[in-house]
Design a protein around this ligand. Structure first.
Ligand code: CU
Length: 307
């Protein structure tokens, strides 16, 4: 009960303009605001619909409560005998239509904006593999794969039970983060090499399917530096739950520095990860790995063509 109350409190808090957190917090009930124009659009559309629903709920339940109380049997009320009332029917048709039109207008504008990748300043190609992501910075000659961090991988195969304290980002940590500059319109072209995946970072405000043979588009303009986590959102095989996404948004200057280092090949690993080789070889199967079936179906990143 206490936790539920706290959750309701969070709803109120996140409904206010102060909600800026990207990562969900415990007992958060409302959606997060995210850190891009599109995520803010989604949040605003959601809040508008929510408050309209609240308004409708209040009016309807107030009318019901009033009717039940004012026209009760003990006060001598008798059941109505009419079956139609043209005025009432016109009103309860027109008001919802007006509400729907009022809601569809901003929603359509926002939907169109989601697909408007014009004037983007850079393009990242995202390719889904069983079970990792590959990022190509188009035109920059920089590409690398990003897969579940070794530590998360070790824990998941060891039978250990990680806690939120000991491993706060268990299964949401990667070896190579996708580094992006803030205040930059980044266009994503998203595809897959084997099966359908879906690239989803909630803080960016959208998810986009990664389909073999098809190139989907999306865009993001991250407004705040930070680390934003996501996951594959399309059931893509036995390790679907083990191909997280981590986006590291940095200042433009920091991004240029990072890009130059990547190009120079002597890249300092993004955020303290081990050597950021353009294409990382497959790790040897863990010695603790008991099931042979798990070992033989590990992905083969070494077979991916560089660039
Ligand atoms: Cu996947």
């Amino acid at each position: 009960m206490l936790r539920f109350g706290a959750g309701l409190g969070m709803l109120g808090l996140s409904a206010s303009a102060s909600a800026q957190s990207a990562d969900p917090v415990e007992w958060q009930l409302n959606m997060g605001r995210g850190v891009t124009t599109l995520s803010n659009h989604a949040y605003d559309a959601h809040m508008m619909a929510l408050w309209i629903c609240v308004g409708i709920g209040v009016v309807v339940f107030a009318a019901m409560a009033y009717a039940i109380f004012a026209f009760r049997k003990s006060k001598g009320a008798v059941a109505a005998t009419f079956t139609h009332n043209t005025t009432a029917e016109v009103i309860w048709t027109i008001i919802p239509v007006l509400l729907l039109i009022g809601m569809s207008w901003p929603a359509t504008t926002k939907l169109i904006a989601m697909y408007d990748t014009r004037d983007s300043e850079m393009t990242v190609k995202v390719t889904g593999y069983q079970w990792m992501w590959k990022y190509d910075y188009l035109g920059e000659d920089v590409a690398f794969t990003s897969r579940l961090a070794r530590d998360s991988d070790r824990i998941r195969q060891s039978g250990e039970r990680p806690s939120a304290e000991s491993d706060p980002h268990y299964l949401l940590e990667v070896d190579n983060m996708l580094v992006l500059p803030v205040d930059t319109k980044v266009r994503f072209v998203i595809t897959a090499d084997d099966v359908i995946h879906s690239w989803w970072v909630p803080a960016l405000g959208w998810k986009q399917d990664a389909i073999p043979g098809i190139v989907n588009e999306a865009w993001a303009d991250i407004q705040e530096p930070g680390i934003y986590r996501g996951q594959c959102a399309e059931l893509c095989g036995k390790d679907h739950g083990f191909m997280p996404i981590v986006v590291k948004a940095v200042s433009k200057a920091e991004y240029r520095q990072w890009l130059a280092a990547q190009k120079a090949g002597a890249a300092p690993a993004p955020a303290g990860a081990p050597a950021a080789a353009p294409v990382e070889p497959a790790p040897a199967p863990e010695p603790t790995e008991a099931a042979p079936a798990t070992a033989q179906t590990d992905p083969q990143p070494a077979a991916i063509p560089a660039g």
